[in-house]
Ligand binder design. Structure first.
Ligand code: TRP
Length: 339
């Protein structure tokens, strides 16, 4: 039974803004993930009550055949998060599959979600067509956005930091929330996506940075691993000799200077490149130095983090998340006469 004081506590918390987001544990995070999402997570943990979780059930919707490494991937992801400065004292870090309320809400929301909403989802249609290496004709994959809606609505957040590609899922989440509120009474506030400013972070070879192309710079890379990668990076393909003028706007390296190099140096680089006074090798040296300085604090932190600590962070976060999730589930069960 909750006391009156508990209830005041709960309603006060519900008023202050909450943030929720998750990532599927599909492999080590690269610097594109940092600039595209994690950087935002780190700043949002300070200005709202933030929940960040490893979406391991979501990873299973497409990678269900071999689940032997899920636990390892979850811990590796938490290590990446802690290394960039997510702080378990400032936000709640947890594992989706450890908070069973996600599954309960998913089941209930699945009752009120029309098939047509899922079948017309552009991400679903696109992936069904494009991914040919796996069979995605499973029920769990179709229901991916319903599980995502549950992940979000369970914490009744104001904000969900996500990439542009997740907007159809956010729209569906709001539609499901509206339908629930219409059927059972006002329960879920409608959450808003908070888009990460688009940061261009191409892979080393100019394609999208992706684990499957082996063209990424990872947050866990050591300096020794990075320098051959930087040396092999593509620059302006038309600039064969240092004496040729280059064009930073078609160069694969220049977008990184925009992210990591101060503005004055960026202008010097642009000028040196377009006037052929700065060669690609020297330009890469500036980048390499910037990258080292950028990654150094992450690497220092990473070296201090033990597996036992990661497990402690998760155990602590799982418990905090479950408490918040259970509060919402009590409202949901009451609203649906299932209490
Ligand atoms: N679908 C998200 C992605 O692929 C991951 C995710 C799952 C998520 N549940 C979420 C993101 C809830 C935000 C909120 O990136």
């Amino acid at each position: 039974m909750s006391t009156a004081e508990d209830q005041i506590q709960v309603s006060l918390q519900a008023q202050c803004s909450r943030t929720v987001s998750g990532m599927r544990p599909t492999g080590p995070l690269h610097i594109g993930h940092y600039f595209g999402a994690l950087k935002n997570f780190v700043s949002m943990q300070h200005d709202s009550e933030a929940f960040f979780f490893v979406a391991d059930w979501h990873a299973l919707t497409s990678d269900y055949a071999d689940t032997s490494r899920v636990g390892e991937f979850v811990e590796a992801m938490v290590l990446d998060w802690l290394s960039v400065g997510l702080d378990p004292e400032s936000c709640t870090i947890f594992r989706q599959s450890s908070v069973k309320q996600h599954a309960e809400l998913h089941l209930l929301l699945s009752m009120i979600t029309p098939n047509s909403w899922l079948e017309r989802n552009p991400t679903y249609k696109e992936q069904q067509q494009e991914i040919t290496t796996k069979d995605l004709g499973n029920y769990g994959f179709l229901g991916y956005p319903v599980l995502m809606a549950s992940d979000i609505l369970l914490y009744r957040p104001s904000w969900v930091p996500v990439g542009q590609d997740q907007l159809p899922h956010m729209e569906l989440t709001r539609e499901i929330a509206r339908r629930f509120n219409f059927l059972y009474g006002e329960t879920f506030p409608e959450p808003q996506a908070r888009l990460t400013p688009s940061a261009k972070c191409p892979g080393l070879d100019g394609r999208k940075m992706s684990k499957s192309y082996g063209n990424g710079i990872y947050l866990s890379d050591s300096i020794e691993e990075i320098s051959p990668k930087v040396r092999s990076m593509f620059t302006d393909p038309a600039r064969l000799r240092k004496t040729d003028v280059g064009n930073p706007d078609v160069c694969n390296l220049f977008p990184y200077h925009i992210l990591l190099t101060d503005e004055a140096t960026q202008s010097e680089i642009r000028e040196g490149c377009t006037k052929a006074t700065l060669g690609c090798v020297d330009c890469k040296k500036i980048f390499m130095k910037g990258l080292e300085d950028f990654l150094a604090p992450f690497q220092e932190r990473r070296a201090q983090i033990t597996q036992a600590h990661i497990r402690e962070v998760l155990a602590y976060g799982n418990e905090k998340a479950a408490k918040a999730a259970e509060e919402t589930m009590q409202r949901v069960r009451t609203a649906m006469h299932l209490a």
